[in-house]
Design a protein around this ligand. Sequence first.
Ligand code: ADP
Length: 409
Amino acid sequence: MNKHLLDQSSIDILAVDDTRANLRLLTSILTEQGYNVRPVPNGRLALSSVEAKPPDLILLDIDMPEMTGFEVCERLKADERFQDIPVLFISVLSDTTDKVKAFSVGGVDYITKPFQAEEVLARVQTHLALNAMQQYLKKQNVLLQQEVIERQKAEKGLIAMRDQALVSSQLKDEILSRVSHELRTPLSIILGYSDILREGAYGPILKEQDQILAEIMDSSQKLTRIVDELLTQAEFEVNQVRLENTVFDLNVLLSRVEAQMRILAEAKGLAIQTEVDWKDSPVISGDKRWLEHILINLIDNAIKFTKMGGVTIKCSSNGVEFWCVQVKDTGIGISKQDQARIFEPFDQVDGSTTRPYGGMGLGLSIVHGLTKLMGGTIMVESEIGSGSTFRITFPLEASKKCLITEKRT
Ligand code: ADP
């Protein structure tokens, strides 16, 4: 509320009455209470006094020659600068029509003559307090409106930034996807021709040439994998990875994956073995292609980060609720700190231990995304120097339900 209300000496009241005695009485009642009073004897002087310095409240006699109190009030209320000043009419008239008119021209109250000091003071205090409250609320309202405007502006700015980010993100995905597609074609041509050359389709080749061709093919395959990972990651970013469920025997999938990865493992002198611990036969329903992708990624990492020992792939289920696949290695291990971030895209455990192994830091992020999409969870247990175990658990119920529907159809 207005602070100067607490201090009456800072409140300025204009008292307007053509009867000198009344004006004197009013002035003394109010000045005794500490108010500043400006006594004026007619309407014309009242208007110029307001113009010179707007008061906090006006006590206005109605029945005055030249210009009545009603006219004075109407003029004040028509002026934006003065319309908020509370006007209290004073009159001997007790006619209801006059009282009604007093309010209709903009007065806030009415005091009848002869007036009592207590009544005048009580009404003056009430209207000063009310007006102060109104002014306070008005100011608050203006502040709130400004705040709303500022918030709307900020919101618009945020929306513009979001749209901009969306456009940049779409552009990034578009570039990524196009570049990846454009790389794939020449890569497959390099691979194809190298293979044909190695097989002697254009004449016999020397041992050194064969070795060089093998290196060309190896590098091209690495590049193809990177391109594939980039494409899959881009698909994840725009939620375009789709699952295709079929019913299949996990044993068949495991044998195929093991045969493929055995070449890599044995080239490094590592053992590789698969164990299946399943109550019945391991027939499940799911996306075979993506499941194979997950397994190859985990096993590839296991081989990549292991120097001695081997890799074990274990699938198990007690036939109730879940089935689980784990890939265990005897490799370099991952510290607790790094375990928390290896599933983030483009994250690699920093330092000389991992850099020589290449990769883009996308494999585990894709594995994590695929696992989630399939309703599963992934966790890692690892100790530096002893090895790592990646364990993925999938719900069996979903697989079973799917199996039943597919058998029926
Ligand atoms: P990259 O393709 O670069 O290997 P990944 O997302 O597959 O990327 O793995 C991220 C990082 O996690 C790797 O760079 C490596 O530091 C660590 N990591 C993943 N698997 C293993 C593992 N079996 N043993 C030790 N470190 C691993």
